[in-house]
Design a protein around this ligand. Structure first.
Ligand code: KMT
Ligand code: NI
Length: 194
């Protein structure tokens, strides 16, 4: 998997097993004691994370290199915060509903932050924090969801290869090609290696 980020690129991320308590999704949802997840585990699941300079995103050579290497030729900027977007409540609910995409989900955090939850091999949720400077890529076909944290604010660049499509396919979406490919390439690979 040569396109995967190295451990050092991922070292900046904090991840842990999600405690499914009934509290507000914007709280960390850690167990007591916390059950950390090592960054390389996220790599195995196909997640890529880089840390870039978010204060200089225009003509940032690191960003330009990633865009070029990975074919990201579309970008725009979104702000997710109360009062900053139409249908905020509905959108937030939508982001936090488990889903996948047929293509990569790529976000570069310019300000603020939040949490992504992704499914582990055994379906357990793993939560990781995204904050200013993180550029994250979720692979096509990976079930996930997103929530803001209690600061209720994220400003992020969305990147895409080709014509952007933000369609969420809610679980179950197991018959989708992207899901089958993700299972074959990522999940089954690791089961075979155990
Ligand atoms: C998404 O698709 O989950 C989002 O755009 C969330 C806000 S950007 C981190
Ligand atoms: Ni998504």
């Amino acid at each position: 998997m040569s396109e995967m980020a190295s451990d050092s690129e991922l070292a900046c991320v904090e991840a842990w097993y999600y405690n499914p308590s009934g509290e507000d999704s914007r709280l960390p949802h850690q167990y007591d004691p916390n059950r950390p997840v090592p960054p390389h585990h996220l790599t195995e699941l196909g997640v890529l994370i880089w840390e870039l300079d978010a204060d200089h995103y225009d003509n940032n050579p690191q960003l330009e290199k990633i865009k070029k290497d990975r074919g990201y030729n579309y970008s725009d900027i979104v702000t997710v915060a109360p009062g900053m977007m139409e249908d905020y409540d509905a959108k937030i609910k939508h982001f936090f509903t488990e889903h996948l995409h047929a293509q990569e989900e790529i976000r570069f955090v310019l300000e603020g932050g939040g949490y992504f939850d992704v499914r582990d091999y055994d379906e357990t949720w793993i939560r990781f924090r995204i904050r200013k400077g993180h550029l994250i890529v979720l692979p096509p076909g990976m079930y996930h969801r997103f929530t803001l944290d209690t600061n209720n604010y994220v400003k992020a660049m969305r990147l895409f290869m080709g014509l952007p499509c933000w369609t969420q396919h809610q679980r179950p979406a197991d018959d989708m090609e992207a899901r089958r490919t993700y299972i074959a390439k990522v999940l089954n690979n690791s089961i075979a290696a155990q």
